[in-house]
Structures are given as C-alpha cells and as structure tokens.
Design a protein around this ligand. Structure first.
Ligand SMILES: [Mg+2]
Length: 390
C-alpha cells in the first residue's frame, strides 16, 4: 500500500483538515493547527510545512511505519520543533494513525494498548471575564448553570482580561467574584477550571491563585506564558491549587523541565500542536512517571478532538478533555457521525469506530474549503498603551 495523494482543506471557523489517500482506496484524516493567520489572509505557515514534508517523505511511501515517518519528518529539519513544524507533523501523523486503524479495523487506542477507560470526561467553556456585560459574574453564573443543565459536569473559564504587571486589588477581586459566582451557581459537585491564558505576570499569578483558592478550581491553567515557566515552581509552591500548562509546548523535550521541577500537576499538550498521536502518547507516558495527569488541549475541529479522545482512551492518566465542538456553530457539519461526541453525565464514550473514529463528510468539507476564516487575535494593550498579553 502506498500514499497516492493528499489534500489540505481550510474550513471555517479556523480549521485545517488533511486527507491522505492510499493505493487501495483508503482515506485517513488529520488536523494540523492553523497559525500565523491574520484576518483576511489564508493560513500559510502550517500548510507550507505540510506540503514540504508530504512531498519529501510521505507521498508515495508505505503508510505503515509511522514512527519512522515521524522521525524522518522531525530529524530531517536541522531547525526543529516549535509551533509550525510540530503542528505539520501532527496533522500528517494523525492521518497515518487513522489509516492504520482503518487497515486493522480497530480504533487507534486498541493499537496503543487500550482502552484504559470506558468514557472520557470533558469540559465545556463558559465566558468568564467580559467587557460587554454589566455584571460579568452573574452572566458567567447563568452560563455555567445552562451548561450543567446541558449535561456537563466540568467547566472552564478565563477570569481576567489583560492585566498590568502588578495590578490593583480590584482586578483580583473581579476575578474572584466571577469564579465565586460560578462556584455558587453549580455547587461543589461540578468542576470549575480556570485559565489565566498567560495574561498574568508571575506576581499576579500568585495573587490570583490565592484569591481563587476558596472556590477550589479544578486547576489553574497557564498561570504565566511559557517564556516564564521558570517561575512555575514558585507559583506551584505558593498555592494548593493544581497547576496546568502545555498548550504552547510542542514536544517531550519541552515538557521535561517542568516535570523534573515538579512544577506542574496537569500537562496539556495539543495533539494537533505537539507532533500528533505519536508524540502526545509519549508525553502522557512521561507525565505518568511524574504523577502528572494529561488534559489534552483542543480548541479545534472534529479530527483533533477525535485524535485527543484516542489518547485519552489509551493512557491511564487522562484527566479531562477540552473540546469546543459543542459551543461552535457549524462544528458538526463536517462530520457524518456527530453522535460520537455526545456528552452524557459529563462524559464522552470512548469511540468504537476504526482509526480515529470520526467519519468526515468530505463533500461538505470541500464546499466550505477556502472561505474567509476570519481569525485574528486582538492585541492586548495595557492602561498606559504598551503591548500586553491577552
Ligand atoms: Mg488555555
């Protein structure tokens, strides 16, 4: 069997879907991550990297030796790692695993030694901080109640806007008000995670964590940006709250120092960012040896979500799975079996279809291909006009 063709689709809201075809008529899907993409422009960096590696190493090759393909794509680049290279590898790697599962008629987790569980816990996003509501805490509480009514048992919110390096007590109180209102609305039987989204300095991260402790968040995500992960041990030492990070880390090598420093309780590699199923499984296994759990980052499309569920199903230390399919308009239009993502009592059943388990509606994907993806991150500005985080 040989890989005979490939196609990379770009569909709204901001997803790329990679299709590999084989000489015996099989199709495998992967999802690289959209990056370097400003409003009104087509994504360019990741597709270029996918093209380079497909043409050089995968097109015309036997899809079976996934580890060998992975090593070739990784080590052939003298300048390796990082968000573009590892995301392009990830999309190709997922599609190769999808093909392998379909060849053996088995879900990917079966080929990885699983299943290690029957169902996967998932959480739903709730808007926390917002500038467009008179009472953001009340708005967040109402939204949280709605999601619990819809069947979710774990939620996540971002409790702050952009922050000053050392901000006022009022900014900390505003974050605590939001998390406190949500905790009061959902009770102590529902998990509420908070994401600082790298908006806090190491100083504000410690202050915020202390202020949120009474509300027992499930974890504090990205207390600081990855550039300042050196500060995580001190932050972790200062609070009893679990520390999570990893959506902007791309390999085992990136995670290793945090695990060695015992700075993190929950690792959050993104299976579409961190080298695909092959590398994410290894990150999960490495984390297990440090008594850390894995909560795969996944604010992306159905293939990334399905690939994440395969990892969750395969490893013993999966904590909870992020997904945005249930909060994104049109997310399921690309999928013929959306029921695989149904949430019951806060869990998604371990998928039972072959490969990644997701059946992509290629006609719809092709129909939406190339539309304006209109994705742009607004720039954060501090009160004095200088550029900050958001
Ligand atoms: Mg995050």
């Amino acid at each position: 069997m040989r890989i005979t063709d490939y196609e990379l689709y770009e569909v709204p809201p901001r997803w790329q879907l990679l299709k590999l075809e084989t000489s015996d008529g099989r199709v495998g899907w992967g999802e690289p991550y959209t990056k370097w993409h400003y409003e009104g422009t087509a994504p360019s960096a990741t597709p270029a990297a996918v093209d380079q590696m497909m043409e050089k190493y995968v097109l015309g090759a036997d899809p079976a030796p996934i580890e060998d393909h992975w090593q070739a794509m990784y080590r052939s680049s003298f300048y390796r790692g990082g968000p573009i290279h590892m995301s392009a590898i990830a999309g190709i790697d997922q599609a190769l695993w999808d093909l392998k599962g379909k060849e053996f008629g088995a879900p990917v987790y079966e080929l990885l030694g699983g299943p290690a569980r029957e169902r996967v816990r998932t959480y739903q996003h709730v808007r926390g901080h917002r500038d467009d509501a008179e009472d953001p805490a009340a708005a967040a509480a109402r939204a949280a109640e709605r999601e619990v009514d819809a069947g979710f048992r774990a939620l996540k919110l971002v409790p702050t806007g952009g922050l000053e390096p050392i901000d006022t007590p009022a900014s900390v109180e505003a974050a605590a008000d939001i998390v406190g209102a949500v905790r009061q609305a959902v009770g102590s039987d529902v998990d509420v995670a908070v994401d600082f989204h790298g908006r806090a300095s190491k100083t504000m991260a410690r202050q915020l964590a202390a202020a949120l402790e009474p509300y027992d968040p499930m974890f504090v995500e990205e207390p600081v940006t990855p550039e300042h992960d050196h500060a995580l041990p001190r932050i972790a030492e200062s609070t009893r709250l679990p520390i999570a990070t990893g959506e902007r880390l791309y390999s085992r090598s990136d995670f290793r120092p945090l695990l060695e420093a015992d700075a993190v309780d929950v690792v959050q590699p993104d299976v579409s960012n961190a080298g695909g199923i092959t590398e994410t499984k290894k990150i999960a296994d490495m984390a297990e040896t440090y008594d850390a759990t894995i909560a795969p980052h996944c604010p992306m499309g159905p293939v990334c979500t399905a690939a994440s569920l395969q990892i969750d199903a395969a490893v013993p230390n999966a904590l909870v799975q992020e997904q945005v399919l249930h909060s994104t308009d049109g997310a399921f239009r690309y999928v013929d079996n959306p029921e695989m993502f149904d949430v019951s009592e806060g869990f998604i059943a371990v998928p039972d279809g072959p490969g990644l388990g997701v059946e992509i509606d290629e006609e719809t994907v092709a129909e939406f291909d190339g539309r304006d993806l209109s994705f742009s991150r607004p720039l954060g500005r501090r009160a004095d006009g200088s550029v900050g985080e958001r």
